[in-house]
Design a protein around this ligand. Structure first.
Ligand SMILES: [Zn+2]
Ligand SMILES: [Zn+2]
Length: 162
């Protein structure tokens, strides 16, 4: 993390180094998603996505490439990948639109910084994995208004209004 007055900067990038970015705001909320689709796409037990305003993602080096990928809703998702190593950096979903990025937390230089604020779709959680007891664990999705901090809801409202 780079401290610059009040602003916090968090940098990250792909594996080959062709794409580097800076996140200039703290995430609105962080999802640990245990759906089968995320498990397949990550090859792992869950995807960790930091929801953040797309406008708060600055490219430092390179340009990610948009890949249309099927999604469970049937409406598809847009995954932004490094054009060389193909690592996925963030996604846009039709529900939230392109103003919101689902940033893959594992691509941050300090991925430990943003553990999930909530675990979702845990109906398909891999059984060997134990979840912490201090964050909500939802069998499916959840209501934003019941879980997000007021400041994030306010930022979300601004995003949806303009
Ligand atoms: Zn790369
Ligand atoms: Zn998922």
């Amino acid at each position: 993390m780079v401290q610059d007055g009040n602003a916090a900067h968090f940098e990250g990038g792909c594996t080959c180094g062709r794409v580097r970015y800076r996140m200039t705001a703290r995430p609105l909320f962080v999802h640990g998603c245990h759906c089968r689709w995320c498990q397949r796409e990550t090859g792992s037990a869950l995807a960790i996505n930091a929801l953040v305003e797309t406008a708060s993602l600055e490219l430092l080096v390179g340009q990610p490439e948009l890949t249309l990928t099927p999604s469970e809703s049937g409406r598809g998702q847009k995954i932004l990948r490094c054009p060389d190593c193909r690592v996925a950096l963030w996604s846009h979903y039709p529900g939230a639109g392109e103003k919101v990025a689902f940033l893959r937390v594992g691509t941050l230089d300090d991925p430990d910084r943003f553990p999930p604020d909530i675990h979702i779709y845990t109906d398909s959680k891999q059984h060997w994995l134990s979840l912490p007891s201090d964050v909500p664990v939802m069998p499916q999705y959840y209501r934003r208004s019941e879980h997000w901090p007021a400041e994030s809801l306010e930022r979300w409202k601004v995003l949806r209004d303009y």
